[in-house]
Design a protein around this ligand. Structure first.
Ligand SMILES: NC(=O)c1ccc[n+]([C@@H]2O[C@H](COP(=O)([O-])OP(=O)(O)OC[C@H]3O[C@@H](n4cnc5c(N)ncnc54)[C@H](O)[C@@H]3O)[C@@H](O)[C@H]2O)c1
Length: 406
């Protein structure tokens, strides 16, 4: 969609006539925003409903159909929409509904490719949740389908749309902290991931994240967002993945680990190091980018730069010195080894909107204008290949080569 400024700039003097520029711009923009976009959703579970709340705030967007294998979701969906949405237990019946412009796919990971590919092949656009796919073959099938058609496909890596992340990564790419050699991602929570199950027969449907038939565990559910950011920072996808994990806190029969550690290797020796645990939230969700001249801390709400002091110059030449009870020498200085406690430089970009809301708006704009999404199929592929390979490495307990995204 055209911005107000570009529209106003593009207006010819002759077109102005009696009306003011502002009035014409307003008219054009409201016409444009009123272009209806009718959504169908496959999997209106917890995330699906959250996405629809965001989509429904975009003028002109309505939800006209839904498919889910678990019937109680439909009443929940109707209460989000404020009206009754036609619903089906089989997603193929929803695909047959002709008045749908775009599908939202928010089913468990193991169903993503089946639902995304079918929706694209039905000629409609797709907003598909992350991780893009469950296997390498499925990820490639999504890429082939997107490439073969004209439909928009946007993957649910919404942090690509967060203004403070975009701005800081732009500055990182301009050299603000020198060459970035390492990205560390921590996603630590205190929550067992279990959801209440009304009937034991529904355990796997509702707690799908805990079972490897449906889910690639923490690497996929949380790690994929950080991996996507590491790929963005490094400007490429990783070459190799080494991961491990265990069940350390929740010995309840789950198949997927409740804590995971992974190292992804990029060109020129650069690395992304990921840690996720689910029984201690001290670190929360944060990324650290370490460069030759400084560091960047990214959180869900802000971003802060720190600059490296020139520590080598501060080392005493040879004599042993005792500082605050610690003896230091030519290769070691207490002050230089202590965690940096100086002031950072916060980026002053207020968070005015959840990145999910921004990503949903951007998708609708792409549907209306035909623009390629920022979180496109290639971004989805890069993260998916890394997640799938890291999870395989976790199972095999050895480093594995990651297929490069092309
Ligand atoms: N981008 C993000 O930040 C973010 C956040 C949360 C979840 N997600 C992703 O969203 C997806 C869904 O997660 P969730 O927490 O909403 O799970 P959920 O279990 O709450 O919802 C999934 C829904 O899909 C339905 N479903 C299962 N199998 C189906 C099938 N074969 N056909 C049709 N419907 C089916 C379930 O009944 C359920 O209603 C996952 O891929 C998850 O990774 C993304």
């Amino acid at each position: 969609m055209m911005s107000r400024r570009s529209f106003v700039q593009g207006i010819s003097a002759a077109a102005l006539g009696a009306k003011t520029v502002a009035a014409i711009a307003e008219e054009e923009l409201s016409k444009e925003s009123a272009t209806p976009v009718r959504l169908g959703i496959i999997g209106p579970g917890s995330r699906g409903k959250e996405l629809l709340r965001s989509f429904l705030r975009v003028p002109g967007v309505t939800v006209v159909g839904a498919a889910d294998v678990y019937a109680p979701r439909f009443a929940e969906l109707n209460s989000v929409c404020g009206y009754n949405v036609p619903s089906y237990s089989d997603y193929r019946s929803l695909l047959d509904q002709k008045d749908i412009d775009a599908f939202v796919v928010a089913t468990p990971l193991s169903f993503h490719s089946q639902h995304v590919v079918a929706a694209l092949k039905s000629g409609r656009h797709v907003y598909g949740e992350k991780t893009m796919a469950f296997t390498v073959d499925e990820a490639q099938e999504i890429v082939r389908t997107v490439d073969a058609g004209k439909q928009i496909y946007q993957v649910g890596h919404q942090y690509r749309y967060a203004p403070w992340i975009r701005k800081t990564i732009e500055r990182v790419h301009q050299g603000e902290i020198g060459d970035v050699t390492h990205v560390y991602g921590y996603w630590h929570r205190n929550s067992d991931w279990r959801r209440p199950v009304p009937d034991p027969s529904l355990e796997r449907l509702i707690n799908w994240r805990l079972y490897n038939e449906y889910s690639l565990g923490l690497l996929s559910e949380l790690g994929s967002h950080h991996i996507d950011i590491a790929n963005w920072v490094f400007g490429e996808t990783p070459q190799a993945a080494l991961a491990t994990g265990s069940v350390a806190a929740y010995h309840d029969g789950r198949e997927n680990d409740d804590n995971v550690q992974a190292i992804l290797s990029y060109s020129k020796g650069r690395r992304f190091v990921f840690s996720s645990m689910t029984n201690n939230a001290m670190m929360g969700d944060q990324l650290w980018l370490y460069g030759t001249k400084g560091s960047l801390n990214l959180t869900l709400q802000d971003a802060e730069f720190y600059y490296e002091p020139t520590r080598a110059a501060q080392l005493p030449a040879n004599a042993l010195v005792t500082e605050k009870g610690i003896t230091t020498g030519a290769s070691y200085r207490a002050g230089g080894e202590m965690p940096y406690r100086g002031q950072g430089k916060k980026l002053n970009i207020p968070v005015v909107e959840d990145p999910t809301a921004t990503a949903c708006k951007a998708f609708i704009e792409c549907v209306r204008t035909g623009q390629r999404p920022v979180a496109d199929v290639r971004a989805g592929l890069g993260a998916a290949l890394a997640v799938v390979t890291a999870n395989q490495s976790l199972k095999e307990r050895r480093e594995l080569e990651v297929l490069r995204a092309t």
